[in-house]
Write a protein that binds this ligand. Structure first.
Ligand code: PRP
Ligand code: URA
Length: 209
């Protein structure tokens, strides 16, 4: 079974509390989602492999460690996942970026696929799928399936807020994919929204409602 990590950290809780507030507008919402993504990237990349290298400092030769292993790809689920890309790229600037377009049918809550463009060598990369919201888990699970169909093997999922129902669903569908969340919330409401959550992440990021 995959590992679920809730990155409870004072800075993360503080920033998340600001974007949970209905009084936070799109400009601040966008900036804070970017900051949160950068902070989370630190934890999500904790297990990247490193190798010993010899460096010459101004003082002497030194054995240091640098990243080894595979190259990375960040794959946002459109639209809201886009808000997390720049924060991730600030820590992992060499990563390539793929895009998966999915929206949730508001009545059935089932994800509908409309776009997929990935780096050509996705099968050789460590992939981090990003989406602020993990509600029923349908969108994340479908995005992971789309990636696997195109050869991706080493996948992680990073979301800001998740509901226990959605986390369980993704774990069942993708037991090989570790999940990282800023905070795990209480439940889903009757409309499939996360409680307490932060509302519709795409609309709040892009000011579409
Ligand atoms: C939101 C969110 C996730 C999805 C989560 O996207 O960004 O992708 O819902 O819900 P689920 O876990 O129940 O599938 P939405 O469908 O609203 O599309 P948008 O990002 O374009 O607004
Ligand atoms: N999508 C969102 O943007 N928010 C939720 O709470 C659930 C799905």
């Amino acid at each position: 079974m995959s590992k679920v990590t809730e990155i409870k950290h004072p800075l993360i809780s503080h920033k998340l509390a600001i974007i949970r507030s209905k009084d936070t507008g799109s400009k601040d919402f966008r900036e804070i989602v970017e900051e949160l993504s950068m902070l989370m990237a630190y934890e999500v990349t904790r297990n990247l492999s490193t190798e010993e290298v010899e460096i010459e400092t101004p003082i002497c030769k030194a054995k240091c460690r640098m990243l080894s292993g595979k190259k990375m790809a960040i794959v946002p689920i459109l639209r809201a996942g886009l808000g997390m890309v720049d924060g991730m790229l600030r820590l992992i600037p060499a990563a390539k970026v793929g895009h998966i377009g999915l929206y949730r049918n508001e009545e059935t809550l089932q994800p509908v696929e409309y776009f997929c463009k990935l780096p050509q060598d996705i099968a050789e990369r460590d992939v981090i799928v990003v989406d602020p919201m993990l509600a029923t888990g349908g969108s994340s699970a479908d995005a992971l399936t789309m990636l696997k169909k195109r050869g991706a093997k080493n996948l992680r999922l990073m979301c800001l807020v998740g509901a226990p129902e959605g986390i369980k669903y993704v774990q069942e569908q993708h037991p090989d994919v570790d999940i990282y969340l800023a905070e795990i919330d209480e439940k889903l409401n009757e409309n499939g929204y996360i409680v307490p959550g932060l509302g519709d992440a795409g609309d709040r990021l892009f000011g579409t409602k």
